[in-house]
Design a protein around this ligand. Structure first.
Ligand SMILES: Cc1ncc(COP(=O)(O)O)c(C=O)c1O
Length: 423
């Protein structure tokens, strides 16, 4: 903690430590929830459903590769700063050339490098809150600012509204696809239309949950130099603790990032584990299948007891309750940790629950059934339970292979803004 003392001559607070840069001093830090669960004894009894980590441990084949690396992996040497083996494995996995792939210490680190490489003071980044908030911190630390897209709905993709938010100051658009926490999913065609319409704006598409959604724009990176795809090994691959992620983009963009990238940040163990994880597709498929089944079970349970839910094409579900604070405490007392999203704009009453494995889901179902009615439904009696609208929807990206009238309207709007004619 930075100590302060009062300057009695003019009454202002003078920090004793080194004064942070102005942009940093003004930042509201990323609001990750407390890491209570990882400090508890008897970790095996803890259901950690608050940070969207993987419900299953890394594959046995990954643990074996890590064991071999610990004994024979020359951990006294620095890691391969080019991550050659991992990039080759990623090339097979993504279908993209190794020259279009860079590895980082997590998707977060990729996002940080992207912000530092492409943003400067006065730039604007268009985004779609409520969304993953960490990128905001990197953007603001560069002296740039975030503009919310003028979206009518937080649940449906709205490419036209997104375009309408682009101004001459917009340098980047940050699109989490599928979005955390709403699950909103843009189709490949919708993103292609955006890239085509705004070739001078950079699109950072965060596909950290790609393995669950199956929708990706990675194949568009070569044709669209204004696209950077970011991915993570922390979700479906279960390697959150090792910190490894990657981005896919046109080599020119990667060359710019390479000017400041520290290759040593992705450890040897992380590279070995990620390479082994990519080789075990059967384990990955089983993780995705178990997640989908657990999501279905949870949604059905909540619907049966009259709660509003939003399933997502990722590994989390949103459930709306009358008293989210008390409900989260009730679950924590049962060693089940979820994320209260009640304070976020347009998410009043919602808690986000990472979808776990079958065993965890059973515990959660039992907890929902045992929760006091006042927490779930407020002061209503059991007979009035359906006071909240019942809804369980999987946001499906509509397939739009052509530019819609909405797009055209936004394109015209933008051209008018720039004083250009639309051909
Ligand atoms: C959308 C999104 N991007 C990035 C991350 C962080 O990924 P990593 O652990 O690989 O840094 C998360 C984690 O929750 C996320 O939800």
């Amino acid at each position: 903690m930075t100590p302060n003392h009062n300057d009695h001559t003019n009454g202002t607070q003078i920090p004793i430590g080194i004064r942070p840069a102005g942009a940093v001093a003004r930042i509201t830090p990323y609001g990750g929830s407390a890491q209570t669960p990882i400090h508890l004894p008897h970790r095996e009894r803890v259901a950690k459903l608050d940070w969207n980590e993987c419900a299953r441990p890394p594959a046995p084949s990954v643990l074996r590769a890590l064991g071999a690396c610990v004994t024979e992996g020359h951990l006294n040497w620095y890691p391969d700063v080019e991550a050659t083996e991992l990039r080759n494995a990623l090339s097979d996995y993504t279908g993209c050339d190794p020259e279009t792939i860079r590895v980082f210490g997590g998707a977060d680190a990729a996002l940080e490098y992207i912000a530092r490489t492409f943003l400067e003071t006065g730039d604007q980044v268009l985004w779609c809150p409520p969304t993953y908030d960490n990128f905001r911190v990197y953007v603001e630390s560069c002296g740039a600012s975030l503009q919310p897209a003028p979206l009518r709905s937080i649940w449906e993709p709205e490419p036209g509204a997104l375009l309408a938010g682009v101004t001459p100051q917009t340098r980047l658009v940050y699109l989490v696809n599928p979005n955390n926490p709403t699950g909103t999913l843009y189709s490949t065609e919708q993103i292609a239309a955006l890239l085509w319409t705004c070739p001078d704006v950079g699109f950072v598409v965060d596909e950290s949950y790609f393995e669950f959604s199956g929708i990706s724009v990675a194949a568009l990176t070569l044709a669209h130099p204004n696209l950077i795809v970011v991915r993570s090994f922390a979700k479906a691959f279960g390697l959150a603790g090792l910190r490894v992620g990657y981005c896919i983009s046109h080599p020119d963009n990667l060359e710019a990032i390479d000017r400041i990238r520290v290759g040593k940040n992705t450890s040897t163990l992380a590279q070995v584990a990620a390479t082994a994880a990519l080789a075990d597709r059967a384990y990955l498929d089983a993780t995705v299948a178990e997640t989908r089944l657990s999501m279905k079970t949870l949604a059905e349970t909540c619907e049966q007891i009259g709660l509003t839910t939003r399933t997502t094409p990722a590994n989390f579900i949103l459930v709306r309750v009358a008293d989210p604070d008390s409900f989260c405490r009730f679950l924590a007392n049962r060693l089940i940790f979820v994320r209260n999203r009640n304070h976020l704009e347009r998410l009043s009453g919602f808690v986000r629950i990472t979808v776990g494995n079958t065993q965890t889901t059973e515990r959660l179902v039992a907890a929902f059934r045992a929760a006091p009615s006042s927490m779930l439904y407020g002061q209503k009696t059991a007979g009035q339970r359906l006071i909240l609208p019942r809804r369980s929807e999987h946001p499906v990206a509509p397939s739009t292979s052509r530019i819609t009238p909405e797009h055209l309207h936004a394109i015209e709007h933008r051209a008018a803004h720039k004083g250009e004619a639309v051909a």
